[in-house]
Design a protein around this ligand. Structure first.
Ligand code: ADP
Length: 303
């Protein structure tokens, strides 16, 4: 049942207006409650299936139906590790959604971050015979959390690798964007988020009684950096594009889980980028490839 019920008052007097406001709030509350319920159901579903598989295999080994060998134990270990990743991702996602993600801010060189990740994937790229390319001109360093940003690009590059067949290509383009006008919608959305980041930061600054604000303003540039991760892979059907940033959304349910994915990679990427005051967009064409475009402010506090 719903959390709260409606109040019916006829007419347009003060009490009726109040009742209308009350009903609006009630609807919102019920909607939030429904979102929460769906989320709990999703999580239960995501945990129950693999746990049943793990238990089943362990019982088979214990009963002697399956031998106790590395071949039977390793898949159980892999599945357990995937569940641990899933729980960790869920925890970070819920912190981020609540605006409580701890951020260790420092000066971040995105080109270095992307370069390191590409090196880590080097062997897989070679095995696949993928054509790899990092391009773009000089970009400014940004203020951000290096670990969170690393995770975002690991998720995006990992996905590109997973969904691009042998002989395909994967490219990362890093650019400075000085005029955001062409991205007005993205900019607006981002600046609203940014003010939230700024406010949180200010709260802390005031607490500490510091006079840091002026020096921050002087270092402000107001620029943006754009990173585009593009692959020539299988692409995403148009009707799925609106959903792929949703938690647990997978275009091909069974297959993605086998790949070790948690279904949270893009949801996390989106939340982490938004926590930096940035935006993430996707474009894709079935059979031709996908392109994920991230826009990050150089100095989050200037907007
Ligand atoms: P998963 O853990 O399943 O990879 P993600 O949140 O990272 O979850 O991605 C959600 C879904 O979006 C994937 O299951 C896949 O269907 C689709 N997807 C993500 N990146 C790509 C890509 N580069 N090419 C094609 N499909 C993709």
């Amino acid at each position: 049942g719903d959390l709260a019920s409606r109040v019916e008052v006829e007419g347009d007097g003060d009490i009726a207006l109040l009742a209308r406001d009350f009903n609006k709030m009630t609807e919102q509350l019920n909607r939030n409650e429904e979102v929460r319920r769906n989320m709990v159901a999703d999580i239960a579903h995501e945990l129950r299936t693999p746990l049943a598989v793990i238990l089943g295999k362990l019982e088979s080994i214990q009963e002697g139906v399956l031998p106790s060998t590395p071949e039977t134990i390793l898949p159980i270990q892999d599945e357990t590790l995937r569940l641990i990743r899933l729980v960790r991702d869920l925890q970070q996602l819920s912190l981020a959604e609540a605006g409580k993600l701890p951020m260790a801010l420092s000066t971040v060189n995105l080109r270095t971050i992307v370069g390191k990740i590409m090196e880590q994937f080097q062997i897989e790229f070679e095995e696949r015979g993928l054509n790899i390319n990092i391009s773009g001109g000089k970009i400014p360093e940004i203020i951000g959390d290096a670990d969170r940003l690393t995770q975002v690009f690991v998720n995006l590059i990992g996905n590109a690798l997973l969904h691009t067949p042998s002989g395909g290509s994967l490219s990362v383009l890093l650019e400075e964007v000085e005029n955001l006008r062409e991205n007005e919608v993205a900019g607006e959305d981002a600046s609203r988020r940014l003010r939230d980041v700024f406010r949180r930061k200010d709260d802390k600054t005031e607490e500490a009684g510091s006079k840091e604000k002026n020096s921050r303003d002087e270092s402000a540039t107001g620029g943006w950096v754009q990173v585009t991760v593009r692959d020539s892979g299988e692409g995403i059907p148009v009707e799925e594009l609106d959903h792929i940033f949703d938690r647990f959304y997978r275009v091909d349910k069974s297959r993605e889980r086998e790949n070790g994915g948690t279904g949270l990679g893009l949801a996390i990427a989106k939340e982490f980028i938004q926590a930096h005051g940035g935006t993430i967009k996707v474009e894709s064409k079935l059979g031709e490839g996908s392109s994920f475009r991230i826009l990050l402010p150089v100095r989050p506090q200037t907007l």
